[in-house]
Design a protein around this ligand. Structure first.
Ligand code: SF4
Ligand code: SF4
Ligand code: FES
Length: 370
């Protein structure tokens, strides 16, 4: 049986002691899960190891941890796959993940990020994750009058929200959200994906109110920085960032909600910038986001960005020439693509998550019996 070095991050906030790595040599099959290894250690060697789990089948979402720096479910991560993971930046310099005994692959397991640790691998989901889920009114507000029979939802609408319904509330996306690290008040990927579940449901009576609320909140949909981490982290393919972008498109483009945070205008400024220049010309971004260089709203923003510009100039990251003149001009082909997309009467949303009907006849290959 292959051998591994399993390192578990231990921490008891009540003890007053600092966190430390608890290291064990284990012999288990490569297809055993990381959770199997932790539970065996707990049962056979140290009953004080703190880990939360239930279904052990990737369904309940309770065993979220960081494995070699990346968030995931301990119960559906095989030891061999965990050992192949290159240690991420989560605890760089402090992981010990490169120090396996006698060449054994190291698997370092830590609690998820962005949430306070209760003990060892158990984090306080109530304090962060569930609080944020509650923030987005996570239930359907039915349209009136209530039909005598059931509401009938068109198939394509159901397909559209099914992806968010696959969420098992494990918190892995929250753990890795870079915006939440900077702004702990950010509503965050899991809760915003949940918000789309109801915004995209034609039975909900408050689509506009929900979008207005999430746009106007300075920790809402425009607080996401497109870092893609939540997409990588999610074990269920929910694509939280994609759901946030959908909320933005419906709020900003379809419902023309101009939020007080300038989020929608900032997003449109990117589009305008690329349409004009082909490549992003950062110097235009701030004025474009605030209505143009001479717009009263743009002036204080431009002044407040001067220290950043000064640092860039001092460090040679930008030159006055590059800052003021953009050499690149958008090619005609790019403008044609913009014209074509913007000229469409209806926006086309690609949703590749689920397609087809369950009762669709299977495609037969040539020569196959009917
Ligand atoms: S894409 Fe947005 S929501 Fe997702 S992890 Fe990054 S900042 Fe957070
Ligand atoms: S969106 Fe994915 S990663 Fe986030 S809580 Fe739901 S299942 Fe977990
Ligand atoms: S124990 Fe339920 S998802 Fe892992």
């Amino acid at each position: 049986m292959p051998g591994y070095t399993l390192k578990i991050r231990r921490f008891d906030p009540q003890s007053g002691e600092a966190a430390y790595w608890d290291e064990h040599a284990i012999e288990m099959r490569a297809h055993n899960s990381v959770l199997d290894a932790i539970l065996e250690l707990r049962d056979e060697h140290d009953g004080s190891i703190g880990i939360r789990c239930s279904c052990q089948q990737g369904i309940c979402g309770s065993c979220g941890v960081r494995i070699n720096g990346k968030p995931g479910l301990a119960c559906n991560t095989h030891l061999e796959a965990a050992a192949r993971r290159v240690y991420g930046p989560a605890s760089a310099g402090d992981s010990g993940a490169d120090a396996g005994e006698a060449g054994r692959p190291v698997i370092a397991v830590e609690p998820m990020g962005n949430m306070p640790v209760i003990r060892d691998l158990i984090v306080d989901m109530d304090a962060v994750h569930w609080k944020k889920i509650q923030r987005v009114t996570p239930w359907l507000i039915g349209k009136q009058p209530v039909p005598e029979r059931e509401y009938v939802v068109p198939h394509e609408n159901m397909v559209d929200v099914t992806q968010t319904m696959a969420c098992i509330q494990c918190g892995a996306c929250v753990s890795d959200c870079l915006s939440m690290e900077v702004d702990p008040l950010f509503i965050g990927p899991a809760a915003l994906a949940k918000a789309y579940r109801f915004v995209g449901d034609p039975r909900d009576a408050e689509q506009h109110e929900r979008l207005l609320d999430l746009s106007e909140d300075e920790h809402g949909i425009y607080d996401c920085t497109h870092c893609f981490s939540c997409i990588d982290a999610c074990p269920k393919g929910v694509d939280p960032m994609g759901q946030i972008m959908r909320l933005r498109r419906i709020a900003g483009s379809d419902q023309e909600i101009e939020d007080r945070n300038n989020g929608s205008r900032h997003e449109h400024a990117f589009v305008k910038n690329i349409r004009r220049n082909g490549l992003l010309h950062e110097a235009d971004l701030v004025p474009d986001s605030y209505g143009g260089k001479l717009h009263p709203r743009a002036v204080p923003e431009l002044l407040s960005s001067l220290p950043t510009v000064a640092v860039g100039l001092a460090r040679g990251k930008i030159t006055p020439g590059k800052a003021l003149r953009h050499q690149h001009k958008a090619p005609k082909e790019l403008k044609r693509i913009f014209d074509e997309i913007e000229g469409r009467s209806e926006r086309i949303e690609l949703n590749l998550y689920v397609s087809g009907y369950e009762d669709e006849p299977a495609t037969r290959s040539e020569g196959e019996a009917p």
